[in-house]
Write a protein that binds this ligand. Sequence first.
Ligand code: NAP
Length: 223
Amino acid sequence: MTTKIAVIGGTGKEGKGLALRWANAGYDILIGSRDAERAVSAADELNATLGKANVSGLGNADAARAAEIVVLSVPYEAHAATLDVIAEATQGKLLIDVTAPLDPQNKRKALRVPQGSAAQAAQQRLGENVRVVAAFQNISYTHLTALHEDLGCDVLVCGNDKAAKMQVVELAKAAGMTAFDAGPIENAVVAEGLTAVLININLQFKIKNAGIRLTGIPQQSAC
Ligand SMILES: NC(=O)c1ccc[n+]([C@@H]2O[C@H](COP(=O)([O-])OP(=O)(O)OC[C@H]3O[C@@H](n4cnc5c(N)ncnc54)[C@H](OP(=O)(O)O)[C@@H]3O)[C@@H](O)[C@H]2O)c1
């Protein structure tokens, strides 16, 4: 049976890009939205792009309930409210938090989160029965949607459950990326903060796809 992945906020730029890559790799994708109709139309769009039928659309809570893995990809302003909607349906599961807290008045600036990072805020809100892993905050959606392009950038994976992090490394690989275990959930603040750094680089060079690549690693492989 294929793993079912819910992408909460999958109607948006980053979530839809991740959904596209995982659907292309053969996973069953459930796009989640506050509005089930919007989710269905995003799912139809992805199925049409890929010539497949493995993407469906549901309301956020229903998508999280039907999935084995839940990906959260919403603006930080919507983070707490969205977590509350999916909290019950996410119990016992892996939640991958893609959220990067940015100052809503100025997206060039990283936002300080009282809990340390968005991922830690998610862990607190969902409780210890959910394995929260932070990842993909440094991958531009423009990279994700260019399906057949080499991404050329790396993914930092932070969390406290090694097996859960390895699952995320595998998911990154399936989507054409190289991912690295970047340590415990306390380190998520670094990956989340890098998003604001990359936005500054994008604006400076009038591009949309700045990313990071680790150097000095003997063999460029996931670990
Ligand atoms: N865009 C990128 O290239 C990129 C790269 C790396 C990391 N990220 C991070 O990934 C996350 C998502 O980014 P994005 O660019 O995909 O965002 P987005 O397109 O602005 O929003 C994603 C989805 O979140 C939901 N949403 C938006 N505002 C909301 C609100 N006030 N309350 C509840 N739900 C709301 C919407 O879904 P519904 O209306 O369908 O519910 C929307 O389609 C952010 O934390 C961002 O910092 C983005």
